[in-house]
Design a protein around this ligand. Structure first.
Ligand code: ATP
Length: 498
């Protein structure tokens, strides 16, 4: 690695003598010669931002290059990158580029052409891997030109000249689009076009706070809020697509098996109904059978919460990276924060030979039902709304709006349970936490066959149900009554516990 930023360097020919160089930072210098050195074989990252470069030249010998930063130079044309078959991150922001060209078929995931003179979105259709596109601060007048970018998750078009949104058909390819920034475009000034903006936003899970007013946001959500099934299908598709883009790994511990799927217990219900506390308690008491699968979240920890125990607390950027690395089984946005259950959270429990116990909102359940896992779903539902509200207030963590949202979602759960019999394997009222836990405890004991064998919970001498690939312990009954009640609709005989 060679770091030379903030100097007055004009000549970099010395790099020709560094055949093993991998990373070069020559930003903030006085270079006018573009790559004026013999190419080190494995050069991967180059930063030439803030120099005096004006002409790009053929980089076909720089085949390992994966990240190139050319911001704040004087380039007026993109060229010479045709053979850079490993280039995934390219930034040529704040130059003098007037046309998008020379990028055909590159495996780019991140492209920034912010602050140039571009009038039209063009020649991007072959960038099949593109996930992040920054075209802000240009002179673009229309949204056309975004066809085929199936993996694009974020487009920044802030400060352009987009004055109307006529055709939205070409945006239908953008299956994974989560963010679209249209701030500071004339279209925002015209009331008749605001509706079109909202229409575009119907596809997005992230509604830009400043792009639409609160009222419009509400009407957009009400009018276009897609059904839970659609949201879950999109969420599942996102994670499957991104997982398939990674080198394939065989997950020994949780691989589906027709006879004995890997056991997962999902506690679901509205926020603060006690599912997390109950999940922890269950994992503690039945520590030979269950371990807690901690989700990732972008919300900050509350007082007393422990990283890796309650959640893996991460920044938004890391969470988005994890999505793009195909790390999650499911994700949701709740209360302005991201939550996601990673494959690794489940795998790490499975590797211990234990069943994974997790908690999640209804959207998570819908997504899990698309996965190859076949968890048991227990709904914990408050039946005395006043007490539920008082308990939330007493925690001192929630605004009135958060409490209202949580309360309004009780009906959502009740409706799903009523309209889709069998959706939850069991429903437990949770007004009294002790009673709720005791009911769950009983279910789990029956499920593990503990009572029948008269075995004490937590008895370390007892054989542990072993789910590891090499596990040899005898199969145990998997979910006998009442947890199994609804499952009987799909399965004729109880399945053995691996
Ligand atoms: N991976 C996930 N997928 C879906 N929902 C999740 C996931 N992880 C957590 N949640 C749910 O998101 C909601 C908000 O979680 P958060 O921990 O911020 O709330 P909380 O106020 O501590 O409530 P709780 O006690 O229910 O966890 C909770 O209902 C939680 O169960």
């Amino acid at each position: 690695k060679l770091e030379l930023p903030y100097n007055k360097i004009r000549d970099l020919s010395c790099v020709s003598h560094m055949p093993y160089l991998i990373i070069l930072d020559a930003s903030h210098n006085e270079l006018s010669d573009f790559f004026g050195f013999e190419p080190p074989k494995n050069l991967k990252e180059v930063n030439f931002s803030h120099n005096h470069l004006s002409v790009m030249k053929d980089l076909s010998t720089y085949t390992s290059l994966s990240k190139l930063n050319l911001d704040y130079n004087s380039f007026s044309e993109i060229r010479g990158l045709e053979k850079c078959s490993n280039l995934i991150h390219l930034s040529i922001a704040h130059n003098k580029i007037s046309h998008i060209s020379g990028l055909d078929k590159l495996p780019l995931r991140h492209l920034s052409l912010r602050g140039n003179l571009i009038k039209k979105i063009e020649n991007l259709q072959t960038l099949w891997a593109l996930q992040f596109l920054d075209l802000s601060y240009n002179r673009i007048q229309s949204l056309s030109g975004l066809q085929n970018l199936h993996l694009l998750g974020s487009i920044n078009l802030e400060s352009n000249l987009i004055s109307e949104i006529k055709e939205t058909k070409h945006l239908h390819d953008l299956l994974l689009l989560r963010e679209l920034n249209l701030q500071r475009n004339p279209v925002q000034e015209k009331p008749e076009h605001r509706l079109a903006v909202i229409f575009l936003l119907q596809h997005l899970t992230h509604l830009d706070e400043q792009a639409v007013t609160a009222q419009e946001k509400v009407s957009a959500v009400n009018k276009y809020d897609p059904p839970q099934e659609v949201v879950a299908a999109r969420d599942h598709m996102t994670h499957v697509v991104f997982q398939h883009m990674q080198p394939q790994v065989i997950f020994d511990s949780t691989l589906p098996n027709l006879e004995t799927p890997y056991p997962i217990l999902v506690l679901t219900g509205p926020q603060a109904c006690g599912k997390r506390e109950i999940a922890h308690k269950l994992c503690q008491e039945f520590s030979h059978y269950f371990a807690y699968g901690a989700s990732h979240t972008t919300r900050g920890p509350y007082f007393g919460e422990e990283d890796c125990f309650d959640y893996h607390f991460v920044l938004d950027e890391e969470f988005q990276n994890m999505i793009h690395m195909g790390n999650f089984v499911q994700t949701i946005q709740y209360g302005g924060h991201w939550y996601g259950l990673s494959r690794e959270a489940i795998e790490s429990v499975a590797r211990e030979g234990l069943a994974c116990c997790v908690h999640m909102e209804l959207e998570g359940v819908y997504s899990m039902k698309h996965s190859y896992f076949e968890p048991r779903y227990i709904l914990l539902i408050p039946t005395r709304t006043d007490e539920y509200i008082s308990r939330m207030k007493a925690r001192g963590l929630y605004s009135k709006r958060q409490i209202d949202t949580a309360v309004s979602r009780i009906n959502l759960y009740v409706r799903v349970n009523k309209e889709q019999p069998g959706f939850f394997d069991s429903v437990i009222p949770c007004d009294n936490r002790e009673e709720a836990y005791s009911t769950l405890r009983q279910l789990v004991q029956e499920y593990l066959g503990l009572e029948e064998q008269g075995t004490e919970v937590g008895d370390s001498t007892r054989t542990i149900p072993d789910h590891t690939p090499t596990g040899k312990s005898a199969p145990e009954p998997y979910l006998t009554t009442p947890l199994q009640v609804n499952r009987h609709q799909n399965h004729t005989s109880p399945r053995p516990y691996r």
